[in-house]
Design a protein around this ligand. Structure first.
Ligand SMILES: O=C(O)CCC(=O)C(=O)O
Length: 253
């Protein structure tokens, strides 16, 4: 398979709503990032989002229930460790985002900005959604970068994406009260039927648009899955004042 140029990758993202760039990060660097994540998981270093906070299907019903302290996200990865920060603001990511946005890229610390951990027991599944559902910017044009720190497959709860869904103007009735895309509607099911789950190897990166419908299953293996995830927007697309999106200082690349 021929290697796509950055411009081709950006074009693929525009057309399909996501693009996988294989082997962008070396196995050694991934191993180091994963080890930091494992250590921080052991220390349960705050800020943390627990599975029991969200209670998606498969999650413990409360922090007091068995598995109640299963971590879903080590939050504010940017501030957690210099190695996380280096990746988030690395020249390869800054360069990629500049090609996409055509202006100075900015890292949002209010969204994603986390080490995702999906645990074999008590790790939940995430229904169909658009990330932008709770985000507030002048324009719905943000891109997230998902770095796989180990293999990601359907078995261990890898991501599913609906190609082309980022361009569709779905009305609000197509989503439930929590803004999940309703799988019970036949017209939605027709979209969901097109979903694909790209298998990721260690060091592969998925770039995906904030409007792309995606979901992920539970982890059916016996290993915790780690992924480092950051979100970017163009400098002119500012977070709306007073919203959660504007709640943390941003990082201009
Ligand atoms: O890994 C998962 O369960 C899905 C994560 C996701 O889609 C999200 O955080 O927006």
């Amino acid at each position: 398979m021929s290697v796509q140029s950055k411009k081709e990758q950006v074009q693929a993202l525009r057309e399909r709503g996501f693009v996988v760039v294989p082997g962008l990060v070396s196995p050694e660097r991934c191993e180091e990032l994963k080890r930091i994540g494992e250590a921080q998981l052991r220390e349960a270093a705050a800020p943390i989002e627990f599975e029991a906070d969200l209670r998606y299907p498969g999650a413990p019903v409360s922090k007091e229930a068995p598995g109640g302290h299963t971590v879903r996200r080590l939050l504010d990865a940017y501030s957690r460790h210099p190695r996380f920060r280096e990746w988030a603001a690395s020249p390869e990511i800054a360069g990629w985002m500049e090609v996409y946005f055509g202006e100075t890229p900015v890292l949002s610390r209010a969204h994603h900005n986390c080490m995702m951990s999906k645990h074999p027991a008590y790790g939940s599944l995430t229904g169909w959604h658009r990330d932008v559902r709770y985000w507030s910017f002048e324009r719905d044009d943000l891109v997230s970068v998902w770095l796989a720190l180990g293999p990601e497959t359907v078995e261990n709860g890898g991501l599913w994406f609906v190609p082309g869904s980022q361009q569709e103007a779905f009305t609000s009735e197509r989503f439930d009260a929590s803004k999940f895309f309703r799988a019970d509607l036949p017209e939605n099911q027709a979209w969901i039927d097109r979903a694909v789950s790209p298998t990721l190897q260690t060091g592969d990166v998925v770039f995906f648009h904030c409007n792309t419908l995606h979901s992920a299953g539970q982890n059916q293996t016996d290993q915790v899955k780690f992924s480092l995830v950051f979100t970017y927007h163009g400098a002119s697309n500012v977070p709306l004042p007073g919203t959660r999106s504007a709640s943390l200082p941003e990082v201009s690349l």
